[in-house]
Design a binder for this molecule. Structure first.
Ligand SMILES: [Zn+2]
Length: 337
């Protein structure tokens, strides 16, 4: 009797755990737990056994019954979950558009600047982010020990290998590889060990320009930049030059744009002390020592160069208050542009 109960328990477990449809389940229920099932018959027949056998068979049969009932409940839940009715589909609804990204604001500003300079006959040049000392400093009239080297806290990988602190290294590489005339802009990343705050980050983008030919003058520089800023900020944009020092140009100038938010009256963007001017670029006439370093004859060739930060231009133009926003990849910020 006990052996028969054990066999029924094993068969019942197999049938219930293997059931995948409601019909399977119902068949298993009838066979193992139904009123006419063998187990029920055994339970009913217990009263005819002698007391000792009744106790042992009764305990075993009841245990089996409880176990199979538990398995049945579990199997019912499993089959119900697996056969949830399909949600009605309306095939005439318009499809869901997959999310499509767009250019990062920094890339859009770079492309816009490139397009303006394409119109002025400049082509785009690129160079490596990991540079050597000569292209970053030496050939730019900053020999070892020059105090201007200390102004940019450079990331050195080895004593003569570094992350470029400006994109001026690209100008050197282009001049080394080609003869004048040269008319290029160099957009790209630059790296400096800055104390990070709302206007400083350890990585940023610059765009530089270089024009080398015979008889290039400061007037060409001014005309080119005026044209550029009128295209970028609007036809009423005014610019001004103020003398400044950069080792690789002589003379050098800092280029300001009249604040395009307040037209120079003074506002939170240009600040109370600026007189309504925003500093946007450094520029000047290429220093003869730079030409000598790349093998150009400074008596024959003259040229101008300029450079500035893309983030600064983007922040001014779009009213972005913190440079770190460009690097946080927060889609709530990126989607606005
Ligand atoms: Zn202003």
């Amino acid at each position: 009797m006990i052996e028969r109960i054990d066999a029924l328990r094993a068969e019942g477990e197999r049938a219930l755990s293997g059931a995948t449809t409601a019909a399977d389940l119902e068949a298993a229920r009838v066979r193992f737990l139904g009123r006419k099932s063998e187990l029920t018959q055994i339970l009913r027949g217990l009263k005819d056994l002698d007391p000792d056998a009744r106790a042992r068979a009764g305990a075993s049969a009841n245990e089996t019954r409880v176990l199979l009932e538990t398995l049945l409940a579990e199997a019912e839940a499993r089959v119900r979950a697996g056969s949830a009715p399909e949600i009605a589909r309306d095939v005439t609804l318009p499809g869901r558009r997959p999310p499509v990204g767009h250019r990062h604001l920094i890339q859009s500003v770079i492309l816009e600047i490139q397009q303006i300079f394409h119109g002025l006959g400049f082509s785009v040049a690129e160079g490596p982010d990991v540079e050597d000392d000569r292209h970053s400093f030496g050939a730019l009239n900053m020999p070892v020990g020059h105090p201007a080297r200390a102004e940019t806290d450079t990331f050195y990988l080895r004593p003569d290998v570094l992350l470029r602190p400006h994109t001026s290294s690209v100008q050197i590489r282009v001049m080394e590889a080609t003869q004048p005339p040269v008319r290029i802009i160099c957009p790209g990343r630059a790296y400096r060990n800055e104390a990070v705050d709302a206007t400083h980050f350890y990585e940023f983008h610059q765009i530089e320009g270089l024009y080398v030919d015979e008889d290039v003058s400061m007037a060409d520089l001014k005309g080119t930049l005026e044209r550029f800023f009128k295209e970028l900020f609007g036809p009423k944009t005014e610019i001004r030059f103020a003398p400044s020092f950069y080792p690789f140009v002589e003379p050098g100038a800092v280029v300001d744009v009249r604040c395009f938010f307040c037209s120079g009256k003074g506002c939170s963007v240009c600040g109370p002390l600026s007189g309504g001017w925003l500093e946007v670029l450094g520029a000047g006439m290429v220093h003869p020592n730079v030409f000598r370093a790349v093998g150009y004859d400074p008596r024959r060739w003259t040229g101008f160069a300029f450079g500035g930060g893309i983030e600064r231009i983007a922040m001014l133009r779009y009213g972005v208050p913190d440079i770190r926003l460009f690097y946080e990849s927060d889609v709530r910020f990126l989607r606005q542009f």
